[in-house]
Design a protein around this ligand. Sequence first.
Ligand code: HEM
Length: 362
Amino acid sequence: MLMTPDLDVPRISERREQILETRGAIATAVTALQPTALRSFWRVDMPIPDVSETTTSDPDLRPTSTSSVVEGEMTTTVRLVRLLVTALIVAAVVAGIVRGLTTSASGKAAVVDGLYLTETMLAAVLILLGSLVEGFGFGLSLGTRWPYTRNILVLLIEGDPEAAHRIVATLVGTIAVVLVILAPASATISGLVLIVLTAVLGIGTLHVLAGRLPSVVHGVHGLLAYGVFLCFLSTLYVPGVDFWSYLNSTYALHALLLTVFLGGMTTGHRGFGKPIEAFYCPRRSSQLVMIVHLFSALAVVGTLGALMPKYPVAFYAAVAQMAVGFLLFHAVNLKPKDPGILVAFHQGIVLTITLAIVAAGH
Ligand code: HEM
């Protein structure tokens, strides 16, 4: 617990009460605006026993005391994964520097070339970090405070993946701003806008996990994150082509992005720490979302299969993903709070499919 002895306790207590009142009013307003049928479909349908919401009037000076905090467990696997992620971040920076130094362009153009590669790799790392956060139960380790908490750097050093997720997101945002300044064009501006939107919905995902916002917010957040990755990836493989026209004309990406959106909804709809539960016929809304996600996954395999032999790597990766998806479904039911590395594996395959489609099409 982090104590701050120099703070004025009665004033803090008063401020906390004001914040809680405002939050209560917002939550009531949002709930009142939703029709009952929609509420039961979009919202997670059970209480959240594991999410602690501090509502007493006793002074509590923890930095996250007014938000829902649930900490994940720092296991050996998490430590190993932390090392891997650190290596990937270093690789992203080194690869960018090497590209900048070896490209045929010079001066500002060379810097931009290098930054495109670093930014693309960091956008992928960010997606992986997001899945680690979720897979190892760190989704609410900073509570619903966003974007930073006072102890975020301490948590980063301790290896909290959620703290790393937010710091890398800051890095990705900063590089995007630099790129817009150095090379103002459709790709860099679209990239920055997508990053801002993803970040804004980032706070939404925390409230989805805490059961206060609809799962569609989680789905859109995932979709936007892939938008960022694709946008900068397109600067490497189809430079000079308008990103939105490229996206529009690359049919193989459409079913994939729909499935990404529905995958995010699957995660968001089950909520933090709750299983989907095995079923033959969907009885709960979370099971219905799971089924829709499964059908969209089949559409990915079908689309890539129909386009064969154009995207062989993407097709076989999508077929493998079907098996991984079912394993993940069981992992989520066995350990709903921390389904583990399979979540990252599932995302890793989605990143592979995306990369394989873009690389094959150029
Ligand atoms: C090409 C096919 C697929 C793609 C692109 C895909 C994509 C995704 C994505 C992006 C997520 C969100 C992960 C996150 O929030 O971190 C997700 C979640 C999920 N997917 Fe898939 N998926 C595919 C196939 C499948 C299949 C076949 C199944 C199993 C029937 C499956 C089961 C799940 C489950 C259970 C989750 C929720 C994980 C959780 O709550 O932690 N997926 N998927």
